[in-house]
Structures are given as C-alpha cells and as structure tokens.
Design a protein around this ligand. Structure first.
Ligand code: FA5
Length: 343
C-alpha cells in the first residue's frame, strides 16, 4: 500500500505540472478522491490490516486526501485568476468593446483637479529650489508623533483623531509632517524640500473638513532663518498660486514640533478668511531628533491644506465634492484647464 500511496503522490505532481484545464482538474479530483476514486478504495482496504499498520496508513491516507484536495483547489483558483486577468487585459486593450473598462460617451477625461494642483505646486516649489519627497500613507507612531515631539500622553494627539491599525503602533498618517523626519534622515542643512500627500483623520466632515485630504509639507533649514522669512515665503507662495494679490493674516497656534506655532489664513478680494496652513519655527527638540544643531541652524516648517487651495481658487462651496466621484463636478475643470473660465 505504501507504494500505491507514493504512486498517487507522484501522479498528482505530474498531472499538476502539465498545466491542466479546469475539466482535467475536476476529473483528476474525481479519479483520486471521488466516491469510487483511488483513495476511498485504499481506505476500504485498511480494514484487512493489523491494528498498528491500519493506524499508520490511515493517517497517511488522510493527509494525502488533504494534500490532493488543497492542491487541486489551489490550481483551480489560479486558473480562475488567470482567466480574470486575461478578461481585464482584453477590455483594457480594446476600449471599443462592449463592457470594456472604459466608460462610454466621455469625451473629456482628464486628471483630477487635486492631481493637477499638486503638479502645479510641485512645479512652483521646484522653481524655488525645493526637492520633492514622498512618504508612506501607513506610518508608525515614531514618525507621526514621537519624533515630532508628541509623546504618548500628550494632549496634542487628541487634535488629530487617528485611524490606528490593530497593532496599535501603525496608523494612517494624520499629517505630512512625518515627511520632515524621513527627509532629514539622509540630509544635512541647508535643506529645502516639500512632501505633498494624502492624510487621514477620523473626524466629522463639514464644508471645510474631510476625513481624508491632501497636505503639502514644507521644510526650510539654513542659518539665520526667521519668522519674517516664513511670512514672506507664505505670501509669495499664495500669490504665485492665485496669480493675484491676496491678503494673509497669522494667528498664534500650537503644534508641539514648532515654536512659535502659527496658523495662516488667507482671503481674496475682501472675502471670507480661510485657514490655509499650520506652520512655525522648527522646535529645538525636533532639530535634535533630525540631527541638526539648533544653535547653528534654524528653520521653518509648514503644512498646507491643498484641498482648501482648490476650494478658494474656484469658490467651491464644499470640500466633499472633491471626493464625491460626481462627474458633473470634475468635468468642469477641463474648461478651466483650457482657459475657458477666469478665476
Ligand atoms: C497640521 O497638520 C500640522 N502638521 C501642520 C504643520 C506643519 C504645523 C509644520 C507646523 C509645522 P493642521 O491640523 O492645522 O496642522 O492642518 C494643516 C492644514 O491642513 C490646515 O490649515 C488646513 O488647511 C488643512 N486641514 C486640516 N484639517 C483638514 C480637514 N479635515 N480637511 C481638509 N483640510 C484640512
């Protein structure tokens, strides 16, 4: 019986190697473990064996059955996956096909307005000599909080309600400030970089707040950098984006990783003030975390709300339109792109 078990294992291996079709796999399963299959026949023969041998071979036959069933199920699901991949690939290659992945009747597909404004911002900052860095959406406690001078029991953690993973160590980043820490790992001042990206907060939404939005982090470290540089920089940045004069005002604010901390609001044409960014002079403790001597260098950091820039630029009434998936909303931007709407 040992030999017949080994023979079944060998023939199973060979059959699976030969890239069988779904029908061949099903008939192989029938042949081996079906009611009148080889394995049940062997199990039937166990009766005539002595106790000890029966136990030993019975165990082997059970694990062989498991092996056969699992490997055939795996091969079947691989086949299904390959068929689905092929189907998707075909519909991707051929937009004219009925039921293709391409929506029909859309003539003005384009980039999402958020993607476009991010590209514009990257272009503006590149011109000003900033590097563009990236960071992961899933962050750890250290980069999102601790290295930014926000320890475990610090009340500032409550300001950014957080989506935690079950390990209580990883989270969806609540701000792009983690990119400051990552970016400084292999850089020494003078530095200027930005880190644009999506962030996530477990918060109630309204006209100006969403639970996921984009920020653009900026870091500038050099000798003799002051709040005056920061304010001049913010004003220049907004005027570049809006291509017109804007008013800004500052309010004192609190972020544990900067000192002093400020919030900058902006308005156009005497309209409503809107908070656009948080910023400040980098805290000496954070400077030490990122390996920079705070007695020699100083710097500013800011976190700009990218969605709010769009709301302001196009007088959009509610931030939630941006992620609504409503094509009537996003299609309007193709007219802006082609210069049809002054703003
Ligand atoms: C921060 O996230 C700090 N990390 C910013 C910072 C960076 C301060 C560097 C100092 C130094 P705040 O939570 O205020 O700060 O968010 C910054 C900006 O993101 C806000 O000014 C606003 O424009 C935007 N923002 C904040 N919450 C939301 C939200 N729920 N929906 C849309 N935009 C938001």
């Amino acid at each position: 019986m040992q030999e017949r078990i080994a023979e079944i294992q060998r023939s199973l291996g060979e059959a699976l190697q030969a890239a069988p079709s779904k029908e061949e796999l099903l008939s192989l399963k029938q042949k081996l473990v079906g009611k009148k299959g080889e394995l049940p026949a062997l199990l039937g023969e166990l009766k005539s064996l002595a106790d000890e041998e029966r136990k030993a071979l019975g165990g082997k036959l059970q694990s062989l059955r498991k092996e056969i069933e699992q490997s055939i199920a795996h091969a079947l699901s691989e086949l299904e996956r390959a068929a689905m991949d092929e189907k998707l690939q075909k519909s991707w290659d051929d937009p004219s096909r009925r039921g293709s992945l391409f929506a029909r009747g859309l003539t003005d597909a384009g980039l999402h307005p958020i993607t476009e404004i991010l590209q514009e911002l990257e272009e503006i900052f590149s011109r000003m000599g900033f590097e563009i860095l990236d960071g992961p959406h899933i962050e750890d406690n250290h980069h999102n909080f601790e290295a930014l001078n926000i320890p475990e029991d610090h009340p500032a953690r409550d300001l950014q309600d957080t989506f935690w993973f079950e390990d209580n160590t990883h989270l969806l980043r609540t701000h792009t400030s983690c990119i400051q820490i990552r970016g400084m790992k292999d850089r020494q001042p003078p530095v200027r970089f930005i880190g644009p990206g999506q962030v996530f907060r477990c918060e109630r939404t309204d006209q100006w707040h969403d639970f996921s939005f984009f920020q653009l982090e900026g870091l500038f470290i050099d000798r003799n950098v002051s709040v005056a540089n920061l304010l001049y920089f913010a004003q220049t940045l907004f005027e570049e984006i809006f291509q017109s004069q804007v008013e800004i005002r500052t309010r004192p604010s609190y972020f544990p990783f900067v000192e002093p901390g400020l919030e900058i609001d902006m308005r156009r044409d005497g309209g409503k003030w809107v908070e656009m960014l948080g910023c400040g002079m980098i805290h000496p403790k954070v400077m030490e975390q990122i390996g920079v001597d705070p007695t020699e260098y100083s710097g500013f950091a800011f976190g700009l709300g990218v969605d709010r820039l769009l709301l302001m630029r196009h007088a959009i009434e509610d931030i939630r339109h941006l992620r609504s998936g409503d094509l009537r909303f996003v299609r309007q931007f193709s007219r802006y792109r082609s210069g049809g709407i002054p703003c």
